[in-house]
Design a binder for this molecule. Sequence first.
Ligand SMILES: Nc1nc2c(ncn2[C@@H]2O[C@H](COP(=O)(O)OP(=O)(O)OP(=O)(O)O)[C@@H](O)[C@H]2O)c(=O)[nH]1
Ligand SMILES: [Mg+2]
Length: 267
Amino acid sequence: MRSSLLPLGPPVSRDRIISSFPKWYTPDACLQLKEHFHGQVNAACQRRNTGTVGLSLSKVVVVGDLYVGKTSLIHRFCKNVFDHDYKATIGVDFEIERFEIAGIPYSLQIWDTAGQEKFKCIASAYYRGAQVIITAFDLTDVQTLEHTRQWLDDALRENEPGSCFVFLVGTKKDLLSRAACEQTEVEAVHLANSMQAEYWSVSAKTGENVNAFFSRVAALAFEQAVLQSLERRSSSQPQVGDGDLIRMEGSPSDTQETKRPSSLGCC
Ligand SMILES: Nc1nc2c(ncn2[C@@H]2O[C@H](COP(=O)(O)OP(=O)(O)OP(=O)(O)O)[C@@H](O)[C@H]2O)c(=O)[nH]1
Ligand SMILES: [Mg+2]
């Protein structure tokens, strides 16, 4: 099982409350084009019937070359700080960020890994059990984009096939002109599609798209966790009497517009 139980804490801050499904960055490389939570998830949340999801956390692993800005991205999101000085991550580090999604408490455990080759064997020991893999590259350094495929393959190797959401994130957006950014994005979107990843451009320095990006990560991970919990319960219990939570496979309202790989098997 990939999640562990958390104690209940104080209320989450306002910008961690997600009530409507957060939007994608670009429709050209996104995991889901829908604008609402899955019908079953909405129903389960309204009834506070999400099993242990409200007490659990999902593991997010951030990988990519050294100096691309993985730590800066996480620190901007979790601590709202930005440091110009480079301090290489040694091995791994993690932050826990709490959300309230559709009224249900939910947390992400965000693992920051070292990009330096000499720490790779330490970091890769922590890839296992990821629900989300974020592969980061520096928008100003195209070589780091080329390396993302290898980082992703390494992270996927430690996880069940089809069990992870994958994001490709271009960092340091503030350092490029709009035109230069758009040019790199064409290549990145192309690669994201081949990785079955969702694409985002962000800046840890200005904070541009950082909260929106992690809200999207949290919502997708949360929705999947609720669906998996419902699926587990429906397969272990007789379905009579649970008719409002169990829908026939292929229900049209929920399968339309869904681009997530079918191997995730939740909707
Ligand atoms: N201008 C700008 N600089 C950034 C941004 N993000 C990170 N940096 C800078 O890039 C350098 C590397 O950032 P880190 O976050 O430490 O990079 P990292 O990927 O964690 O590196 P490793 O831990 O060695 O793998 C630092 O000097 C940061 O200040 C950004 O969005 N804009
Ligand atoms: Mg780092």
